[in-house]
Ligand binder design. Structure first.
Ligand SMILES: Cc1cc2nc3c(=O)[nH]c(=O)nc-3n(C[C@H](O)[C@H](O)[C@H](O)COP(=O)(O)OP(=O)(O)OC[C@H]3O[C@@H](n4cnc5c(N)ncnc54)[C@H](O)[C@@H]3O)c2cc1C
Length: 458
């Protein structure tokens, strides 16, 4: 398997300007890759084969859909360009987050999607953490999973009213979330910069690549077919079937689902252009003195705060700190990716010793302009039976796992429940990759706002 990766996917000029992919920050360079158990034995698609549902893309969304289809007795075949988890699913921070990005709370969701879909979607993501850990237990997935809670520390006192409101909205849906006081937040995080925190005890963290490989193995065991090393070059509607072509094979399918996230590489240009790609950097420190766990995230929770340039951090099973985020410019990014986020963490956790970047890697996520998931039709007619689902938006592990299950229930006809995500036509943005640059360009400005807010809050 080669990196620069997403072989066949060429980052645009704008993406390169935002954060040039760097060979030293490859998929294989991650801590997850160094420690995840092997995935299932699979091979590329050769010659011609047939299936009911062809799924293109082997991340959480593709494998959760395949697993649940197979469990419902529906024939499903996953075609993955590289290997399971090669996209965002194998490179993320490993946080299991049972909600959306900050700001997308139930009342906003109801306004954005209508009462019914807003409610269905919030219920689905609210229960998403429970689903992830339940799948891990049921399928015996070895991925260092800890359902120790997801924490969102609040960095200014002004945000405490927002915190109370957020907690009230999710509690109204029956979610067991809590607002922590300043003392509790300081204890839970180990940092005195915080004034309170949102806690969802059903979240947690895991090794994201191991989880993805485990989902793939569970799908295979349930009867799905998985072909790795099988980049799909074209999809074409022929009569009442889809013709899905890779370099060495052709899959004829009754139905088609694209789950290629930020890296489809032009298979469905309009659907892909509803999202803009964002590159994030990740780093794992050297193993630290286990005694530090008494004062930093003592309950082993996953923490991602409310700053515009958010600080996210967690422990690994072997006492490393994992953190990461955006970088403002591509120049020298490979070097800064190794130190910038670790240094930032130490500023708010002075009890930590100097942190060395034992592992550094990068990944690409896709976000829609409204940060909402999409289930889009491919082809011109409803009867074309082809869709592209993109539900990443930066917090996608619970979301994509849960959505894959719901799509599978829908495709198998096994549920009368309405789909939480409406089926829509693609609504592409004019130059998606320009939006990627905007993220980097705004970053210094966002940092200034964060610094000013933290300064005022002292
Ligand atoms: C650095 C980083 C940190 C993140 N941290 C978190 C976190 O802590 N918690 C969280 O919930 N979310 C996090 N996310 C987001 C999360 O990783 C994603 O939402 C999730 O992995 C998306 O899953 P997916 O299946 O939709 O896409 P992906 O995992 O990206 O899978 C798409 C797959 O499609 C394959 N593919 C693409 N084109 C083709 C083709 N033509 N033919 C065949 N295969 C193809 C790719 O190789 C890839 O494997 C993070 C993302 C990044 C990048």
């Amino acid at each position: 398997m080669t990196e620069i990766a997403h072989e066949g996917y060429r980052p645009t000029l704008f993406e390169r300007l935002a954060a040039a992919p760097h060979p030293s920050l490859s998929f294989q360079a991650s801590f997850w890759h160094a420690t995840a158990p092997e995935g299932p034995q699979t091979a590329p698609l050769e010659g011609e084969a047939e299936t009911d549902v062809a799924i293109v893309g082997g991340g959480y969304l593709g494998f959760s859909t395949a697993l649940h289809l197979a469990e419902a007795g529906v024939e499903a075949t996953v075609l993955e360009a590289d290997e399971p988890g090669f996209g965002a699913s194998g490179r993320n921070t490993g946080f299991v987050v049972p909600n959306f990005l900050t700001g997308l709370d139930p009342t906003v969701m109801a306004r954005a999607m209508g009462e019914e879909h807003g409610r269905l979607l919030c219920d689905m993501i609210g229960q998403g953490g429970e689903l992830v850990f339940e799948l891990i237990r049921r399928h015996g997935i070895d991925c260092e999973a800890r359902q120790s809670g997801w924490l969102q520390p609040v960095h200014t006192p002004e945000k405490l009213a927002w915190l109370e409101d957020r907690v009230a909205q999710w509690r109204a849906l029956g979610r067991p979330v809590q607002a922590l006081s300043r003392d509790e937040a300081v204890y839970e995080t180990g940092s005195d910069v915080y004034h309170g925190a949102f806690l969802d005890p059903t979240g947690g963290h895991l090794n994201p690549l191991a989880y993805c490989r485990g989902l793939a193995a569970a799908a295979v065991k349930a009867g799905a077919t998985v072909h790795t090393g099988s980049r799909v070059r074209s999809v074409e509607r022929q009569g009442d079937r889809w013709r899905v072509a890779t370099d060495r094979g052709v899959l004829i399918a009754r139905r088609l689902l694209l789950t290629t996230n930020a890296t489809g590489g032009g298979l469905a240009p309009k659907a892909e252009a509803t999202q803009f790609p964002i590159t994030l950097f990740q780093v794992a420190s050297q193993p630290l003195d286990p005694a530090l766990r008494d004062s930093v995230l003592p309950n082993d929770r996953a923490a991602a705060d409310t700053r515009k340039e958010l600080v996210a951090y967690r422990w690994t099973w072997d006492n490393r700190i994992v953190t990461g985020g955006l970088l403002a410019s591509p120049f020298g990014s490979a070097e800064r990716a190794r130190t910038y986020h670790l240094d930032r963490l130490r500023e708010m956790l002075p009890q930590l010793p100097p942190l060395a970047p034992a592992y550094a890697w990068q990944g690409r996520l896709a976000a829609a302009r409204d940060f909402l998931p999409r289930l889009m039709t491919l082809g011109d007619r409803e009867s074309d039976q082809g869709w592209s689902a993109i539900a990443c938006n930066g917090r996608g592990m619970a979301m994509t796992t849960a959505l894959g299950r719901r799509i599978a229930l829908w495709l198998s006809g096994g549920s009368n429940e309405k789909l939480p995500v409406p089926i829509t036509r693609p609504d592409p943005v004019a130059v998606p990759s320009l939006a990627s640059v905007a993220f980097s360009v705004w970053l210094p400005w966002n940092r200034r706002i964060d610094r000013a807010e933290l300064g005022r809050a002292k």
